[in-house]
Design a protein around this ligand. Structure first.
Ligand SMILES: *[C@@H]1O[C@H](CO)[C@@H](O)[C@H](O)[C@H]1NC(C)=O
Ligand SMILES: *[C@@H]1O[C@H](CO)[C@@H](O)[C@H](O)[C@H]1NC(C)=O
Length: 197
């Protein structure tokens, strides 16, 4: 009897886990805030073609619709910050809609990483804080010796830069790897705010 109960509760648990999966947020725009260059504050990000089913987030007056997918029951590593998840955008064709997650394109020549929406790539998780500012949580701190990974921090290393991805040049959202200055001279430091539609 106990054995049967154990099996039943085990499968109930599995069914519960299977049901408790992705939660998609309400749709939102991403808006530039706190830029030193006031002329770009308030601008949004559209999606710009960078190759077949590959899009960057390019600065402008058009505002694309984004979502955050989190896992139900997911937890934030940082007090006051939201649960990290996959930033995603819908690629719409004539007869399909494909939800694409954001990942970073990283080239060894530069410390400036380019966020791209691509199909079925491993995504770079992001979170939104109490002011709806987008950040990335990281446990790793290798600026100290020995490097430690005990305490998560929310990082805000967003820049608007002229990027060149395989010949496509746009003014895009970028992320600077590490705590140094971007080597790309066009980069302007910004905060990125989520505004629900
Ligand atoms: C401010 O941003 C605009 C748009 O990107 C750019 O054309 C201009 O050069 C920038 N000004 C400064 C001082 O960075
Ligand atoms: C985000 O969640 C929605 C709803 O569950 C799902 O249809 C979509 O495929 C997800 N997108 C990604 C990139 O995981």
């Amino acid at each position: 009897m106990h054995f049967v109960t154990a099996i039943l509760s085990g499968s109930a648990l599995l069914a519960g886990l299977a049901a408790a999966q992705t939660v998609q947020s309400k749709p939102f725009n991403l808006i530039v805030e706190n830029a030193q260059n006031k002329s770009i504050n308030g601008l949004g990000f559209a999606s710009c073609h960078e190759g077949a089913a590959i899009e960057s987030l390019c600065l402008g007056y058009d505002k694309a619709t984004f979502y955050l997918n989190t896992t139900q029951g997911g937890q934030s590593g940082v007090t006051g910050d939201g649960v990290p998840g996959v930033l995603n955008w819908n690629l719409k064709g004539s007869n399909f809609v494909e939800s694409e997650g954001m990942s970073f394109f990283v080239d060894p020549s530069t410390n400036v990483a380019l966020p791209l929406f691509e199909p079925a790539y491993q995504s770079q998780y992001v979170a939104f804080d109490g002011k709806d500012l987008m950040n990335i949580q990281s446990y790793l701190d290798d600026t100290k010796s020995p490097p430690n990974s005990e305490q998560a921090r929310a990082l805000y290393r967003w820049y608007v830069c002229n990027s060149n991805f395989e010949g496509y040049v746009y003014q895009t959202l970028n992320w600077v790897l590490g705590n140094g200055k971007p080597q790309n001279p066009s980069c302007q430091k910004v905060d990125i705010k989520r505004v629900f539609i």
